[in-house]
Design a protein around this ligand. Structure first.
Ligand SMILES: [Fe+2]
Ligand SMILES: [Fe+2]
Length: 399
C-alpha cells in the first residue's frame, strides 16, 4: 500500500487542506493519506484556541467525503515532543510492508536539513513537496537535489488553494462569511460548538438608540411603529428559540430600513451591495427593500455580522436552510402586533409552537398571496418552501 502522511495544526481544517490532500493522493497515486493534527500549546486568545477533540472531530468530518482520506491522532495522544521522525516511525511499525510518503510544504523543504534526524526520515519515506507558494523553483530543485543522497524527493506540480486558517479564524470571530472556505459539516460543527469565538459579536452592545432615531426621521409613523413591533416580536421569538434576543431585536428593528426609500436609490444599493439575488427580486418592487436594507446597514451602520445581514436580506423572499435568526426575523415580520390579516392569530400561535411548521406555513402563505396577485415566485422562495416541506415530512416520519 502507498500511504501518505500529512501533518499540520488544522486549526481548523479548510478546503485548501482537503484540496491539497486529494491532489497529492491523485498525483502520487496514494491508496490512503493520513491527516495528522499536531499538538498546539493553548494560546492566550480564545479566538485561536479550540480543544484538541474539536480539531480532531472537524478533521474527521472534512475527510468523510473521500475514502482515501483518514485521520490519525498519534501526535495528539503521544506525550513526547512531536518530531516528524516519531510519527514516521509510528507509521512504519503500523504498516511494515507499505511505502510511506511524507507531505511537506516548499518552505519546509528549504530548511529540511535542520529537522531532527532528517536523514532517518528520508531513509524511510519519500518526501513529497506540496503547496508550492510562489518561491524560487530553482532554489527548491537545488535543495531537493542536495537532499536526494539521503532518499527520494518528489515535487508536486499542482497549485495550492490559497486559504489560511488564521484568516478563517478571524472571519469566524467577526462572524463574517467563512462558510465558503470550509466543509459544510465543519461549518455546522463550528456553529453548534461556537468555536473560535463565533459569537464574538454577542459581546458587542447592539446599540439601537441611534438606529431608532434614524428610523424615526426616515420612515412614516406607520412604518416606524411596524419596525418597533417587529423588533419586539423578534426578541420574544429569540427568547423562545434560544437565539440572542438583543441581536434579534437589532435585526428586526432594521429589517425595513429601506422600505420607503425611492426605487432608484434602492436599486443602486442593491447593485453596489454585492449580494446575490434572483431575477424575480429585481422585477418585484416590494422585494427590493430587503436587499437594499442589507446593503444599507452594512454601508451606513457598519454591520458586518453575516447573520444579521442575511436576516434583513432574506426577510421578504426567504430561502432554503435559513439560520435561526433569519427565521425569527422572517416570522417576526409576519406576526408583529400591527399585522391584521385574516389568519394572523393562527400564524402567531404556530410561530410559538413549532418554528419549522410556522416557516412552512409562512412560505405557503406568501406564495399563495403572490399567485393571487399574479406575481412571480422568486426561486429562493420556492426552494425555501421545498426545504421546509421536506423537514416537516422527515419530522413526521420519525414519529
Ligand atoms: Fe419588509
Ligand atoms: Fe416588514
Amino acid at each position: 500500500m502507498r500511504i501518505g502522511i500529512y501533518g499540520g495544526s488544522f486549526n481548523p481544517v479548510h478546503n485548501g487542506h482537503i484540496h491539497l490532500a486529494k491532489a497529492a493522493a491523485d498525483e502520487f497515486e496514494l491508496d490512503r493519506i493520513y491527516l495528522v493534527p499536531s499538538k498546539i500549546s493553548p494560546h492566550r486568545s480564545s479566538d485561536e484556541y479550540v480543544p484538541e477533540e474539536d480539531r480532531l472531530e472537524m478533521l474527521r468530518l472534512a475527510c468523510e467525503g473521500d475514502g482515501r482520506l483518514c485521520v490519525c491522532d498519534y501526535e495528539l495522544k503521544s506525550d513526547r515532543v512531536s518530531y516528524s521522525i516519531y510519527t514516521v516511525e509510528h507509521f512504519r511499525s503500523e504498516y511494515p510492508g507499505s511505502e510511506l510518503f511524507l507531505l511537506v510544504g516548499s518552505d519546509m523543504l528549504l530548511s529540511f536539513d535542520k529537522w531532527f534526524r532528517f536523514e532517518d526520515i528520508l531513509s524511510q519515506v519519500t518526501l513529497c513537496v506540496v503547496s508550492r507558494q510562489g518561491g524560487d523553483m530553482d532554489e527548491l530543485e537545488q535543495k531537493a537535489q542536495e537532499l536526494r543522497k539521503f532518499g527520494n524527493i518528489l515535487i508536486s506540480s499542482s497549485a495550492p488553494l490559497e486559504i489560511s486558517s488564521t484568516e478563517i479564524r478571524k472571519k469566524i470571530a467577526k462572524n463574517s462569511n467563512f462558510a465558503c472556505y470550509l466543509d459544510e459539516n465543519v461549518v455546522q460543527y463550528i456553529r453548534s460548538r461556537e468555536l473560535y469565538s463565533l459569537r464574538g459579536e454577542r459581546k458587542l452592545n447592539y446599540n439601537t438608540e441611534d438606529k431608532k432615531k434614524f428610523l424615526k426621521e426616515h420612515l412614516s409613523a406607520k412604518r416606524y411603529t411596524h419596525s418597533m413591533n417587529v423588533a419586539a416580536e423578534c426578541r420574544r421569538l429569540a427568547d423562545k428559540y434560544g437565539e440572542d434576543p438583543d441581536k434579534a431585536y437589532f435585526a428586526g428593528l432594521l429589517h425595513d430600513v429601506c422600505k420607503e426609500m425611492p426605487d432608484d436609490e434602492q436599486r443602486e444599493l442593491v447593485i453596489s451591495g454585492g449580494f446575490t439575488y434572483c431575477r424575480e427580486e429585481l422585477e418585484t418592487r416590494s422585494l427590493l427593500h430587503a436587499l437594499a436594507g442589507a446593503a444599507f446597514i452594512k454601508k451606513e451602520f457598519g454591520v458586518e455580522d453575516i447573520d444579521i445581514l442575511n436576516a434583513v436580506r432574506f426577510h421578504t423572499v426567504g430561502r432554503a436552510g435559513m439560520s435561526r435568526l433569519e427565521e425569527i426575523v422572517y416570522l417576526g415580520d409576519l406576526i408583529s402586533a400591527d399585522r391584521d390579516y385574516k389568519d394572523v392569530d393562527k400564524m402567531r400561535k404556530l410561530a410559538y409552537t413549532s418554528l419549522n411548521a410556522a416557516m412552512l406555513e409562512a412560505f405557503a402563505f406568501s406564495m399563495r398571496s403572490v399567485i393571487k396577485k399574479g406575481g412571480l415566485i422568486p426561486i429562493c422562495t420556492a426552494e425555501g418552501y421545498n426545504f421546509y416541506t421536506r423537514l416537516e415530512r422527515d419530522e413526521k416520519k420519525q414519529h
